[in-house]
Design a protein around this ligand. Structure first.
Ligand code: MG
Length: 263
């Protein structure tokens, strides 16, 4: 008898979990989509594409990307990237990762991207060197213009809008979710680029959501404009797609498992 009750409770919990998951995914869906002509539960409404989701990673090994992602680094080579002057990437490839080679300049993707979901993993040097901004500094520039800061902010202080997880110079992260130097950390970034009218006015500002190590650190914030040092310059018109850029800030920061899904 006890066993049967236990079994039923287990089943009920499973059903409730599925219902909750469906409800939450439907909710996310409705934000991005127009209800249009569709009435509730319309059976003729098209279904979304079926994909194979990725797997979770560990410190030892990254997970698998979802089946519809463009893989920008799979642990082997930097063929999807180039260095300044459109020359082959000058950063160092190690066993399953690549590393900033100080003074060689930023790394840029060969392909341009606009609205996207980006996953990447990074690790700052261990043992750590330096303090403040001079400690495990790099950065992820959406469209080559809008920086999500990469920094060793584990028990290391800097100005709030310049620590790891910050939209540099604009928004501090909601929490400091940093792991110690040397450990792999994840960024999952949802980015919507700006839109400009034909005469160059901003009709839609860029927005970004960032999860660091699975924790929400930027909640759909509206960017004031491109990233700059000690300045918040206004938007300048640009195409809807531009290459992604990783920053050489003179520190041997490592990256692995980079994939992107265009939205
Ligand atoms: Mg930086």
């Amino acid at each position: 008898m006890t066993r049967r009750i236990g079994h039923h409770a287990h089943l009920r919990r499973a059903v409730l979990m599925v219902v909750a998951l469906l409800a939450s995914s439907a909710c996310i869906f409705s934000l991005a989509q127009d209800l249009g002509k569709w009435t509730i539960h319309d059976r003729s409404r098209p279904h979304p594409p079926v994909i194979i989701p990725g797997t979770a990673g560990t410190q030892e090994a990254p997970g698998k990307p979802p089946s519809d992602a463009t893989v920008l680094f799979d642990g082997k080579d930097l063929s999807m990237w180039h260095s300044e002057g459109n020359v082959p990437a000058k950063w160092k490839v190690g066993d399953g990762y690549f590393e900033v080679v100080p003074k060689t300049g930023d790394l840029t993707t060969n392909q341009a991207f606009g609205d996207c979901q980006l996953h990447l993993e990074w690790a700052t040097p261990s043992p750590p060197h330096g303090t403040d901004q001079d400690r495990g500094n790099s950065g992820v520039y959406q469209m080559g213009l809008y920086e999500i800061q990469v920094l060793d902010s584990f028990e290391s202080e800097t100005y709030a809008d310049g620590q790891a997880g910050a939209v540099y110079g604009q928004y501090p992260p909601l929490v400091n979710a940093c792991r110690p130097p040397g450990q792999w950390q994840t960024y999952d970034i949802i980015f919507h680029g700006p839109r400009f009218s034909a005469d160059g006015n901003v009709v839609r500002k860029a927005r970004v959501t960032v999860l660091q190590n699975g924790v929400l650190v930027q909640d759909n914030v509206e960017l004031t404009g491109p990233t700059a040092h000690k300045a918040r310059p206004p938007y300048r018109p640009h195409p809807e797609k531009l290459p992604l850029r990783l920053q050489d800030h003179d520190h041997p920061v490592r990256y692995r498992n980079i994939w992107i899904r265009e939205l």
